[in-house]
Unconditional design. Sequence first.
Length: 387
Amino acid sequence: MEQFAKRTNWNLAPNRLSEALAKLRASGARLLDLTASNPTKCGFKYDEERILKALANRASLAYEPEPQGLETAREAVAKYYSSLGAAVTIEDIFLTTSTSEAYSFVFRLICEPGDELLIPAPSYPLFEYLSDIQDVKLVRYPLVYDHGWQIDIHALRGAISPRTRGVIVVNPNNPTGNYVKKAETEKLNEICSDRQIALVADEVFLNFSHGNAVPVSFAANSSALTFTMSGISKISGLPQMKASWLTVSGPEKLRKEAKARLEVVADTYLSMNAPVQLAMPQFLELRAGFQKQLMARVKENLHELDRQLFSQDACNRLEIEGGWYVVLRIPATKSDEDFATELLHKYSVYLHPGHFFDFPSEGSLVVSLIAPEQDFTEGIRLLLSML
């Protein structure tokens, strides 16, 4: 319709899988949801008294407009990065209501309409909508799997055009769960610096490592202009509080210019509310207890998955290093959407087909590792019975 902008001309018709899911939920039947992503609905215990007390701060009755966010909140974010071994000053931090808003700030900062951004594939589908809204184009660079996922640096170089303005990395990637390796970071810095393009790092799952090593953040990356984002939605399991941030690093001249321009953008929106900003130090302190619970759930579900996979050969899981999801490979005898729809109709088990995350071929399924253990165990058993 001409009355609406072309950028929002999405195909909003439900697919067969979403239609089947809506009917199942409307019927009131039990659903085994193996796509669980909302930690507040997964049975984790929260310190309710401390959370509510943190929001009841008298200082929130006064209006103190700060384009980058209140200093106490930014100090808490800087302290978080310090725990990761990354030195980030409060002057390099901008608070946003979500990583989506942080992306919009960056896209508007570095892109003209029609410019291009490189994104990994597979990855989550949010990028499509964000790019459309901001009038930029996405160009994919592949992640390849060989006993673990790696960035195809050669293909990434080949995807760069005169209109490329940035390279997006998700660290660790969702849903493949691979962290950006040191050698990959060095090559990305070289590429971005030589081509005068930005590096954009999404680190919402950074803390959820399946190993013992402390993950390396891009927040203090100094070799190329870098924008790093995260938030308490994943870190502290509080998506309803709408608190995220964006950090700026890189060569001094570029960093200074980027911050000056971002300050105008942030001052235009002033989107963060005072109660949540004032509560952020408490919310970030609560992350340890939440992460301990969540990783215990992830470990238990992953162990159960491996136990069930051991006794059959029709399905295998791919290696993961971090995050909440795992990729399963099954025989490509039908489309992933057909398989997922049939599984939902027959057993009321819901999972994501691979094409949802832009897998290049059929035979990939994505399941969440934070689903309640009983649901996960039963859902995997029924999934494998379909094979």
